[in-house]
Design a protein around this ligand. Structure first.
Ligand SMILES: *Cc1c(COP(=O)(O)O)cnc(C)c1O
Ligand code: SF4
Length: 349
């Protein structure tokens, strides 16, 4: 198998390379790329079958990115919630720790698109040390989410040292890694990597697949290796217009994830990130998709549909409402649409 770094090295990052490989002749794209970096690695490029298919739309820049006048730079207020650079402390018991600005692909819809892959996300040994110091002096944090960028873009040795340092902080109970590598560069998941990761249990991985076509034999192999290392796998899918905003596509994705031992965790409403307005759907679309899943796939295949509230107010679950009336009896609709009642405790029936 070709080394993942050699694959990454051959990524398309410029407009001229893009023109050579894909049918995209629009000089505006040069400006798009100057604002928001592009990286399409050969593995993901090969999965694109036709112009503007769901995989193309995730990877290939679009002039619409510059036309967005609705959305904002830091919709989640992450910078205001950072006690030290690159560490977001929004909930008492959890922290988000950004450890690299690199990804195997720069997704066009990324929440941190103004920063990832650029100097604007400045991560150094000093910022990482400051993160460790903050975690050491904040024992209320029991759960550290390592993110970025994509932490699995770090070299094995660097990642191992980072995990080793985190594990020496006694107040940290669980470590989570957020990574899209199983989807965008599955060759990154090697036996050697898994041998390192499993030394730091309880360690969870939340990965990110958006379309059933991304669950390739290579991606399945990557997930299998991780699951065999005893790492519980979750998936954080983003609901994206023209990509997966269709109940049958999400249903197929959820089934495909379960087959490779990935438990759907969140389905996210798109954030208000500048340059991504063309990907947004209505929240009603997401709620209708969850309603479609219920009764059609195991509860294990049903993610929480969530909106990351603007301004850093946290993740808000949005659920279909089956309840029609409350009182002595709860009146509700079944997934097939029948009207049912349930007598509340203490009520005669
Ligand atoms: C999403 C997020 C978390 C983790 O939330 P969970 O619901 O536990 O997955 C923690 N901190 C920040 C800043 C987040 O955005
Ligand atoms: S992998 Fe994640 S962090 Fe990286 S560009 Fe894609 S969505 Fe953003």
């Amino acid at each position: 198998m070709t080394h993942w770094k050699d694959i990454l090295q051959k990524s398309i990052t410029t407009y001229s390379a893009l023109q050579k490989h894909l049918d995209c002749n629009n000089t505006v794209l040069e400006e798009v790329i100057a604002n928001f970096p592009m990286r399409i690695n050969p593995y993901f490029l090969n999965l694109i079958k036709t112009p503007h298919d769901p995989l193309w739309k995730q990877a290939v820049p679009d002039p619409a990115e510059l036309e967005d006048t609705v959305c904002i730079a830091d919709p989640l207020g992450e910078e205001n919630l950072s006690p030290v650079p690159n560490l977001v402390h929004r909930y008492p018991d959890r922290a988000l720790f950004l450890v690299t600005n690199q990804c195997a692909m720069y997704c066009r819809f990324c929440t941190r698109k103004r920063k990832v892959g650029t100097e604007r996300m400045h991560i150094s040994d000093d910022t990482i040390q400051a993160g460790f110091d903050y975690l050491r002096k904040t024992p209320a944090i029991k759960d550290v989410l390592i993110s970025g960028g994509d932490p699995l873009l770090l070299d094995d040795e660097v990642l191992e040292k980072l995990l080793f340092t985190l594990r020496r902080i006694p107040s940290i109970e669980i470590i989570r890694i957020g990574t899209r590598a199983p989807c965008t560069l599955p060759m990154r998941i090697t036996k050697r990597l898994v041998t390192i990761l499993k030394k730091f249990h309880p360690l969870f991985i939340n990965t990110h697949f958006n379309h059933p076509d991304e669950i390739t034999p290579e991606a399945a192999r990557a997930c299998t290796l991780l699951a065999d290392g005893g790492i519980p796998l979750g998936c954080q899918t983003v609901l994206l217009k023209g990509i997966n905003d269709d109940p049958s596509v999400i249903l197929a994705l959820m089934r495909a994830l379960l087959r490779v031992r990935v438990k759907p965790y969140y389905l996210f409403q798109a954030d208000l990130t500048r340059g991504t307005n063309h990907f947004r759907t209505t929240t009603e679309t997401g709620i209708a998709i969850i309603r479609h899943l219920i009764g059609r796939v195991s509860g294990m295949g049903i993610p929480t549909f969530a909106l990351d509230a603007p301004g850093g107010k946290g993740k808000i679950p949005l659920s279909p409402d089956f309840v029609l009336a409350r009182g002595k009896n709860l009146v509700f609709q079944s997934p097939c649409g029948e009207i049912c009642t349930y007598p509340e405790a203490g009520e005669a029936f």
